[in-house]
Design a protein around this ligand. Structure first.
Ligand SMILES: [Ca+2]
Ligand SMILES: [Ca+2]
Length: 859
């Protein structure tokens, strides 16, 4: 029996995530600024972006001691904006991989520029979000500073993973310097002068007064704001004020590609299909998907038998040929390339592929797929997928579903609601519920697949209004006898869809249920999920981090249950729950980004990631993104206090929006693991650093609380805790072992993610009035591996608030670790010398030709 070898699909809507910015001789190149397709035409946006970037380049150049500048920036404008002769068409740039997005905020909560960033300090962010109003309204200069400085501020977040040096949640902190206690604004340079002001407004008339102290916290009262003097001689940090053969692969391929053609790919796309083995053939010339019939015609071009040999370059060349039937160049076209075979001749077309302008997504199928396959994705900015031969993981189907448009036009995108499979014994049932939420419901498909019998299992599907669909309502295609498909007419009912599927075959078989849908309306963005690992290639024994970003438009979705499944080549899968609680791998609590360390490396080779998300009457919170520009409350000029308009605050009712229940499934692509020792591994992962330690002093007792780490980072259970206390923050941080121990013999760690609390009466420690005690904690696992020293918590045991003065004394003993940030900037900056500042700004039209070819390869 011949083995199916490879498949290539070509199409033309930009996908891809991840910036492709390059730094050459100090100049940042290939920066992409994309304007959301929904924005109406306004050429002032382009003009102001150009001015902003030019000015920012000079500012960055000077701020980094002439080391960095912006060299080449491309602006992608919506297709519906009138063209001009100087505009170019996009190549491999796209809205989805833009470094800067210009788009309306989803709901009105101001124009704060921010950077979506969820890695640790030093890791790159995803994108910067500017609103059109920020780019057009010059009066916002007083609030955020000049656009150029804001851009450099956000750029530091995006490229260098630098954190903010101000803190809305804790705007003030208690500082001790030479025995003198002062209350400080959390700012980078404490030499910045100004006043602490409370503003109260009745109607349009506002009054200001100096802040008073809160007797409870010994800090300034709530609502107190630091208002800086406008002329400042102190150099402020940019970060503060910025101003298958035996596995029946051919059948699985058909099932998966059919779902792609019938349900996933957008209307109006152009698609062609090519198959290849040792040579390549066009089986379908480019067709535009204008009706459902075209979709069905395309499925007839899919291969149903396998050939021999794998010549990947021949397949790709044939794919280029198909695209060129209609277009003079390959810019913006996309190719899906699938192979399960080896090909030593891949190198001969690397240069042509790289320069083609086409984006290539790769799918490696099974354990023998050519090792270098992913190079094509890396060179062209395509996605990478890996599907195992495990039938009950739906790997290949999920892979195809992961290839969706990145054009920024979410309203057309297919969204995977469910993908589940299991082996079902004779006469047994696979039952379940899929929730259709109000943000989706158009073009909803329920697909049942099975892998042995030639007739469908018995299917009963019941919608939320109790309307029933049975096997006879499903369509089984003539070409593929193991898939039954039901398209729901109109918009699918919102609520739980129950299904019962019985295996009526004479032996057990794997049955799966796949549900896809599209957004219900243009006005409401759907809940979407993006899942990925922190890197594509990992060397043991570095841990990896799994991220799933759950959002509705630009808003984080909180409270969802997020399960990640990581599968490796041998097919053994590991399931992990991702959390958004700010502990372990999760940098920020409640930002809609769910994270978890991954350490279960069972061997070398390819792994794939898939996430399942369930929301059950959860809320979407209209929270502010982190890493945004500081909203400056006002200035003092010649002794006069000039307050800016108060930040448009959103009430809690507005920030909480009921989202109802929903289901989502997303493929997170593939990654490669190297250097795993053969013959099993010993424990190399300590518990993760505790980052949320808090301390309180109440009734003569210290109350400590934190989130439990695990045995291996944030997984499992630690064996014991070591808690230390000191009157010196630096001693505690630098020489933890020498600090005073707290007796923790009664303290047994709970499983990772549990909230821990511990109370004790400080003994061997003289508590006097005016004492500040600092606390830190480390966890130890059963292999005696010890976590890093935690974040430091403090309690202040003093009552003399009169001594507090808002003096701007510098604090060497600073509590805010952010003091390192400027240094980080300089270290990052300290390697390249640039001689020239010349910004080239190109405007590109996001073309939506949607031509998609569909090459298919076999051996
Ligand atoms: Ca988070
Ligand atoms: Ca361990």
């Amino acid at each position: 029996m011949r083995v199916f070898k490879s498949l290539v699909l070509l199409f033309l809507v930009p996908v891809v995530r991840g910036s492709r910015v390059q730094l050459k001789n100090g100049g940042y190149e290939d920066i992409v600024i994309a304007i959301n397709p929904e924005l109406p035409e306004d050429h002032n946006i382009i003009r102001n972006i150009q001015d902003m970037v030019k000015e920012a380049s000079t500012y960055l150049f000077n701020a980094t001691k002439q080391r960095f500048f912006f060299k080449a920036v491309k602006i992608i404008i919506p297709l519906h904006w009138p063209p001009k002769p100087e505009y170019l068409s996009v190549k491999t740039e796209s809205y989805d991989k833009a470094d800067v997005i210009v788009a309306n905020p989803f709901l009105k909560y101001g124009d704060d520029p921010y950077t979506l960033q969820y890695g640790g300090c030093g890791e790159k962010g995803r994108y910067i979000h500017f609103t059109p109003n920020f780019l057009l309204n010059d009066t916002l200069h007083n609030i955020y500073g000049s656009r150029a400085k804001v851009f450099v501020h956000e750029w530091a977040h995006l490229r260098w993973g630098v954190f903010d040096e101000y803190n809305y949640d804790a705007p003030f902190y208690l500082s001790v310097n030479s025995g003198k206690k002062t209350v400080e604004a959390t700012s980078c340079s404490t030499d910045i002068t100004g006043k602490y002001i409370v503003q109260s407004c009745t109607g349009n008339s506002c009054t200001t007064r100096e802040c008073e102290y809160d007797q409870q916290t010994k800090l300034y009262e709530a609502g107190c704001k630091f208002v800086p003097e406008k002329p400042q001689n102190v150099p402020a940090s940019i970060m503060y004020m910025q101003s298958l053969s035996s596995y029946n692969r051919i059948n699985r391929l058909y099932q998966a590609a059919e779902i792609f053609l019938l349900q996933i790919i957008e209307m109006d796309s152009w698609v062609g299909i090519v198959t290849f083995h040792s040579t390549a053939q066009i089986t379908c010339n480019l067709k535009q998907i204008v009706t459902e019939n075209v979709r069905h015609d395309l499925t007839k071009c899919l291969p149903t038998s396998a050939g021999g040999g794998t010549n990947i370059c021949a397949g790709v060349y044939k794919g280029f040929e198909v695209i060129k039937q209609k277009y003079s160049n390959l810019d913006g076209s996309e190719i899906v390339l699938l192979t399960d075979g080896e090909d030593r001749g891949m190198n001969i077309c690397l240069t042509e592929v790289k320069n083609s302008g086409s984006i290539i997504h790769t799918i490696a199928l099974g354990p023998n797929a050519v090792r270098e396959l992913e190079q094509f994705s890396d060179m062209t900015g395509g996605l990478k997928f890996y599907a195992t031969d495990t039938v009950d993981s739906n790997g290949l189907i999920d892979t195809f579903s992961g290839i969706s448009s990145g054009s920024g036009n979410i309203s057309e995108r297919s969204i995977q609601l469910e993908s589940t499979a299991q082996s079902v014994a004779v006469k047994q049932w696979m039952n379940g519920t899929v929730t259709v939420d109000s943000t989706v419901g158009k073009d909803t498909f329920f697909v049942v697949t099975w892998d042995r019998s030639t007739s469908p299992p018995d299917i009963l599907l019941r919608d939320p209004k109790e309307k029933e669909y049975r096997t006879s309502n499903f369509t089984v295609s003539d070409l593929n006898l193991q898939t039954a498909r039901l398209k729901i007419a109109g918009t699918a009912e919102v609520g739980g869809w129950l299904h019962w599927i019985q295996n009526n075959h004479t032996e057990s078989q794997v049955i799966s249920m796949i549900v896809t849908s599209r957004p219900a309306s243009l006005a409401v963005p759907p809940v979407t999920v993006k899942a990925h690992m922190n890197k594509d290639t990992n060397n043991f024994s570095n841990p990896m981090v799994i991220y799933a970003e759950v959002s509705q438009g630009f808003l984080p979705v909180l409270g969802a249950t997020v399960m990640a499944t990581v599968e490796q080549e041998t097919g053994s899968a590991v399931e992990l729950r991702l959390l958004d609680d700010g502990s372990g791998a999760d940098i920020m609590k409640n930002d809609g980004i769910y994270s978890k360390y991954f350490t279960s490396f069972k061997g070398n080779g390819r792994y794939n990631l898939k996430v399942h998300i369930q929301g059950r009457n959860q809320t979407v919170r209209l929270g502010h993104r982190q890493s945004r520009a500081l909203y400056v409350p006002g200035y003092i000029e010649n002794g006069d206090i000039k307050m800016n308009a108060p930040r448009p605050e959103v009430s809690d009712d507005e920030i909480q929006a009921k989202l109802g229940s929903f289901n989502r499934v997303a493929s997170g692509g593939s990654f490669v693991v190297k250097n795993v020792p053969s013959g099993g591994t010993t424990d190399v992962f300590p518990p993760c650093k505790i980052v949320d330690l808090e301390a309180q002093y109440e009734e003569d007792k210290i109350h400590l609380s934190w989130t439990a780490p695990g045995n291996d980072l944030d997984e499992g259970q630690a064996e014991r805790y070591i808690i230390k206390m000191s009157e010196s923050l630096l001693d505690l941080r630098n020489t933890f072992e020498n600090a005073t121990s707290v007796n923790t013999s009664s303290l047994v760690p709970n499983p990772a993610g549990t909230k821990e609390s511990f109370q004790f009466r400080p003994e061997n420690f003289t508590i006097e009035n005016d004492t500040i005690i600092y606390f830190a904690i480390r966890a130890v696992d059963n292999a005696s591996l010890t976590s890093e020293v935690s974040s430091i918590a403090q309690v202040a045991l003093f009552v003399t608030s009169k001594e507090c003065s808002p003096a701007g004394a510098s604090n060497d003993d600073a509590i805010n670790e952010d003091i390192n940030v400027l240094t980080i900037v300089l270290i990052v900056a300290g390697c390249v010398a640039a001689l020239l500042i010349a910004v080239s700004i190109t405007v590109c039209i996001l073309h939506k030709k949607n031509r998609r070819g569909f090459d298919e390869i076999r051996m």
